[in-house]
Design a protein around this ligand. Structure first.
Ligand SMILES: Nc1ncnc2c1ncn2[C@@H]1O[C@H](COP(=O)(O)OP(=O)(O)OP(=O)(O)O)[C@@H](O)[C@H]1O
Ligand SMILES: [Mg+2]
Length: 241
C-alpha cells in the first residue's frame, strides 16, 4: 500500500529554492534513506511533509489524503511523527513527562500506557531515569528520548533527521534495532535522513540522494553504495559547471 506520495514539490525560502520539483513515493513498511551534502534540502523535505514549510508547488498525499496546507498537528494526527534535527527535549520536565507529551491528541489512553511500557522495554535507560529532568541526559540519551517521544504517538510513518549524528556506534545500533523491530512487527514506515550511507548499506531499503534541492539519484541502498554512482552523484562528478 502506498503511504506517501510526493509529487513535484518546490519549496522556497524567499528567493532561495531549497527543493525543486521533488517527487517520491513510500509504501507502508518500507525504509527510505535520504542522503546528500549540507544544504541539499533534506531537512526541508521532511519539514514539507510535516507541514512546517508549505511548498509553493506540487502535492503531498499521506494515508490517502492530500495534506498540502494542513497544520502540522493535523498531519501528526493522521499518523506522521517527525524527529527534527537537534534533539529538542524539554530539559526541565522529567523523562516521563517528555514521553507523555508525545501522546498528543491520541484518544486511546490505555493504548498509550501500553506504548509507554513498550518504549521503556526497548530503552530501559529511559525507565530507570524516568523521574529525572531530561536536561541532564547525554546527547545519545536525549536522542533515544526524542525517538521514544515520536513513537508515543503510534505513527504509521516516522521521519528522523540524522539520528546518528554525534552518537557512539553502540547507541546507533540500539536506535536502529528498535526502529527495525517496529518496522518488522508493526509495519512502521521509516524515512531517515543520514549524511553517511553506512547505515543505509547495513540496513537495506531504498536510498535517495538530494543535491542542490534536486533528487539526483534513487535506488536500492546497497546497490547504489556498491557502485560508484552514489559518490559521483554526491560530489557532482562529470557535470559541467
Ligand atoms: N528557514 C530558512 N530560511 C532561509 N533559508 C533556509 C531556511 N531553512 C533552510 N534554508 C536553506 O535551504 C537550503 C536547504 O536547507 P536544508 O536544511 O533543507 O538542508 P539539509 O540538506 O538538511 O542540510 P544539512 O545536511 O546541513 O542539515 C539551505 O541552503 C539552507 O540554507
Ligand atoms: Mg538538515
Amino acid at each position: 500500500m502506498t503511504l506517501l506520495t510526493i509529487d513535484a514539490i518546490t519549496v522556497n525560502y524567499g528567493r532561495l529554492i531549497a527543493l525543486r520539483n521533488a517527487s517520491l513515493t513510500l509504501s507502508q513498511g518500507e525504509t527510505l534513506f535520504i542522503t546528500g551534502p549540507n544544504g541539499a534540502g533534506k531537512s526541508t523535505l521532511l519539514k514539507a511533509i510535516a507541514g512546517v514549510v508549505v511548498p509553493k508547488a506540487g502535492t503531498i498525499r499521506f494515508a490517502g489524503l492530500e495534506i498540502g496546507g494542513w497544520a502540522p498537528e493535523d498531519i501528526a494526527r493522521r499518523g506522521f511523527s517527525m524527529v527534527p534535527e537537534g534533539r529538542h527535549v524539554f530539559g526541565s520536565l522529567t523523562i516521563e513527562e517528555n514521553l507523555r507529551l508525545g501522546v498528543g491528541m491520541r484518544v486511546d489512553k490505555d493504548a498509550a500506557e501500553r506504548d509507554l511500557e513498550h518504549i521503556y522495554s526497548v530503552f530501559p535507560m529511559l525507565e530507570e531515569r524516568r523521574h529525572q529532568a531530561a536536561g541532564v541526559l547525554s546527547g545519545g540519551q536525549q536522542q533515544m528520548l526524542v525517538i521514544g517521544r515520536a513513537l508515543m504517538a503510534n505513527p504509521q510513518l516516522i521521519a528522523i533527521d540524522e539520528p546518528s549524528l554525534g552518537l557512539a556506534p553502540k547507541v546507533i545500533d540500539d536506535v536502529y534495532a528498535v526502529l527495525l523491530k517496529l518496522r518488522d512487527t508493526r509495519g512502521l514506515t521509516l524515512l531517515i535522513v543520514e549524511q553517511s550511507s553506512a547505515r543505509a548499506t547495513m540496513t537495506g531499503g531504498r536510498m535517495l540522494l538530494l543535491r542542490g534541492g534536486e533528487i539526483v539519484l534513487e535506488g536500492d541502498a546497497r546497490e547504489l553504495t556498491r557502485s560508484d554512482a552514489l559518490k559521483a552523484a554526491y560530489f557532482g562528478y562529470g557535470e559541467q559547471h
